[in-house]
Write a protein of this length. Structure first.
Length: 291
């Protein structure tokens, strides 16, 4: 039997038996096409490190999500051409889907999401919606000459025939806005959210069927999440993001998720912890399932 590489596990628990797990974390420390601040390569390790200090009990979920079994894989090799990296992520996600485990991709830059979406589409078709928490639509056809990068990843999702629904947008090009209108997308912009007491209803209106969750930490307000490459003011609070997650998970089957774009700040672990907690809350709510 091959020996498994030793990895620091999420929450610092002894590595559970893979076959007994409901979810598997796939670290993908990709940092290839960052446009402003760097540091996303260190994101997965910082989140896993911060999770060592996290309580296993989640008072909102009302249980210990870790008891359901969360496996922590060694990181995906993110060296080499981007298309190859995305293909490796796709294979890693496909393995989890085939084993009926929830794939959890930990970025790294947002480009990693494409691997997960390709795997899901191959496994079950395009009958699901990508729910994307993000300050940016990432809908550019190309950015700085690249068709595959963090600023185009949701455009590539549209190319796959998927439906994308954004939450928290507040930094977009005019061309992206035009595409949103032409493609009939239904984002909830951050400024709309802050003006609408019923924003949670609006955010999920008309949504049906299973979803994939793509959580870019810059969807959170820069005040509570400055540790990201392109922090934007006017974002969501912790309470708003977690309320949205709770509503989504209570109504929709979640097929997979990712948490991306954390760029840890030296000697300031608070936001690594925020990201770890967000991931753990999301897992707890997904395990709890549709109510
Ligand atoms: Mn973003």
């Amino acid at each position: 039997m091959p020996t498994r590489p030793k990895v620091m596990t999420f929450c610092g628990v002894p590595q559970p038996t893979l076959e007994d797990c409901r979810a598997a974390i796939i670290p993908a420390p990709l940092e290839a096409t960052v446009s402003y601040g760097g540091g996303t390569a260190l994101g997965p390790a910082a989140i896993i490190q911060a999770s060592q200090a996290m309580e296993l009990y989640d008072e909102v979920v009302g249980s210990q999500p870790m008891d359901q079994g969360i496996y922590t894989h060694a990181g995906v090799d993110v060296r080499g051409p981007l298309t190859e990296v995305v293909a490796r992520i796709e294979r890693a996600v496909a393995e989890e889907l085939a084993a009926d485990r929830l794939p959890v991709v930990l970025g790294g830059e947002h480009t990693v999401t494409l691997g997960a979406l390709q795997a899901l589409k191959a496994a079950r078709g395009a009958d699901f919606t990508v729910l994307c928490l993000d300050a940016h639509p990432d809908l550019r056809e190309a950015y700085q000459g690249r068709r595959l990068c963090h600023a185009t990843v949701m455009r590539r999702a549209l190319d796959l025939g998927l439906t994308v629904r954004h939450l928290g947008l507040r930094s977009s090009s005019q061309a992206e806005v035009r595409l949103i209108q032409e493609a009939g997308l239904r984002p909830l912009w951050a400024h709309e959210l802050h003006e609408d007491p019923h924003w949670l209803t609006s955010a999920l209106e008309g949504l049906s069927g299973p979803v994939y969750l793509s959580l870019d930490v810059d969807g959170l307000d820069a005040g509570i999440m400055p540790a990201t490459g392109t922090p934007e003011p006017g974002g969501l609070s912790w309470q708003q993001v977690t309320a949205w997650l709770a509503a989504v998970c209570a109504r929709h089957q979640v097929l997979g998720l990712d948490l991306v774009e954390l760029a840890p700040l030296p000697y300031q672990p608070a936001w690594d912890f925020t990201a770890a907690r967000l991931l753990y809350r999301a897992l707890g709510l997904i395990f709890k399932g549709v109510s």
